[in-house]
Design a protein around this ligand. Structure first.
Ligand SMILES: [Zn+2]
Length: 146
């Protein structure tokens, strides 16, 4: 806090003007009612301009969103096996004919423990891994506008 050089009121350190007597630190004097009015009008104008800028930016965003298509996604998991290529081909063909487009595809190694059923040996528990192929399909659900 600092003390107003004109009226002695306690004002904030960053304030450039006393709220009570309008002593202005930049002008080094009390500003006139005319200057106060002009300052208020200028601030009000700046507020309105800022508000209009924000409204305009929001409108642009809304219009842009309306132009974008909406999307939906579906995931298909394929167990990697002897004919995984054929399985993937069949899935791709089926999805493509329904308007889906392959967005992402990755494989995932899954570990699991299994017990060999045909033996009584205690060492029959084994760790095995297999690959999962994950396919992510994408489809536009809202038509794009021009
Ligand atoms: Zn003052």
């Amino acid at each position: 806090m600092k003390t107003c050089l004109n009226c002695g009121e306690l004002i904030g350190d960053n304030a450039d003007e006393c709220f009570k007597c309008h002593y202005n630190y930049k002008y080094r004097r009390v500003i006139t009612p005319q200057e106060i009015r002009e300052k208020r009008e200028r601030e009000e104008r700046e507020r309105q301009e800022e508000s209009e800028r924000r409204k305009k930016a929001e409108q642009v965003k809304i219009e842009q969103l309306a132009k974008n298509g909406g999307y939906e996604y579906k995931i298909e998991v394929v167990r990697d096996q002897d004919d995984s290529a054929g399985t993937i081909q069949a899935i791709l063909t089926r999805y493509a004919s329904d308007g889906w487009r392959l967005h992402t595809m990755f494989s995932n190694e899954i570990g699991r423990e299994w017990v060999r059923p045909d033996t009584s040996l205690s060492s029959s528990r084994m760790l095995a891994t297999y690959n999962q192929i994950v396919m992510v399909f994408e489809r536009i659900i809202k038509p794009q506008q021009n």
